[in-house]
Write a protein that binds this ligand. Structure first.
Ligand code: HPA
Length: 266
């Protein structure tokens, strides 16, 4: 961990305050960063490398207006074959660099039938259906508590900032509970029905392990999903990853404006 952190510290000009993890198809947001310092994951000692199509694999440091940020372009997914500890490694590195807030974004399937593809959803809570937890194993009390509390995991003030930012920009924004499936197969129609009955509004294959580790490290968390498709069984059409990336690109404009506004207000 320290070798990754030390390597990065040597390269960057300023300490980041806000970390941003970009989901599938949302990578264009990185264009909003000024005075960029880009560090490919492959260069960072100890850093796992993402393999999924549509994910680039680099940390981008710089500022957006007056806020120092670090953007993770390309996240590490459990379904790629990594250990759950590797999945959250980059978040631990960002916490080690001193960020205070993390914005986790993702592409998700809409379970709530009031949603439509290309909607944005503020994550108000999550359900960890995976059964695995990145904190399993010995705990370092210097980094965080053995049994972290999960009350208001997704920070209420940040939810409010996101709501107000969307309102200001005239963007209709949804809110809801994100349920985590490991993937890489999409859910079955029965699993989607189960997700709805259990209180989920969207399903996806990321974010939850990252949110758990971020809470352990005491970071404030904001989660935003792009509803790239309706989940299996809601419509007749089969799901296709290309469509997920395409809808991600379609919403890239409003997503970028919203995120910039939120960062300004944090
Ligand atoms: N299910 C899981 N993950 C996803 C989906 C989905 O329907 N869409 C985008 N990511």
């Amino acid at each position: 961990m320290n070798k990754s952190i030390d390597y990065i510290k040597e390269k960057i000009k300023n300490q980041p305050e806000i970390g941003i993890v970009l989901g599938s198809g949302l990578g264009d947001f990185a264009d909003a960063i000024e005075d960029k310092v880009e560090i490919p994951y492959t260069e960072i000692p100890g850093f796992p490398v993402s393999t999924v199509k549509g994910h680039d694999g680099k940390l981008i440091f710089g500022h957006i207006n007056s806020k120092e940020v670090c953007v993770m372009k390309g996240r590490i997914h459990y379904y790629e074959g990594y250990d759950i500890k590797e999945v959250v490694y980059p978040i631990e590195v960002l916490a080690g660099l001193g960020i205070k807030t993390i914005i986790l974004t993702n592409a998700a399937g809409g379970v709530n039938t009031d949603f439509e593809p290309a909607d944005l959803m503020i994550i108000t809570d999550h359900i960890n259906l995976m059964g695995k937890n990145p904190l399993i194993g010995p705990n370092d009390e210097d980094l965080g508590p053995r049994f972290p509390d999960m009350t208001d995991l997704y920070n209420k003030e940040l939810v409010e900032i996101a709501e107000n930012s969307a309102k200001k920009l005239g963007i209709d924004i949804k809110e809801g509970v994100y349920m985590y499936f490991t993937g890489p197969s999409y859910e079955t129609a029965a699993e989607v029905r189960m997700a709805r009955i259990l209180g989920a509004d969207a399903v996806g294959m990321s974010t939850v392990p990252e949110a758990i580790i971020a809470r352990h490290r005491g970071l404030k968390i904001l989660g935003i999903s792009t509803i790239t498709n309706m989940s299996t069984g809601i419509l007749d059409t089969p799901l296709d990853h290309t469509e997920v990336v395409e809808v991600g690109k379609e919403v890239a404009g409003k997503f970028k404006e919203l995120l910039k506004e939120i960062i300004e207000e944090i």
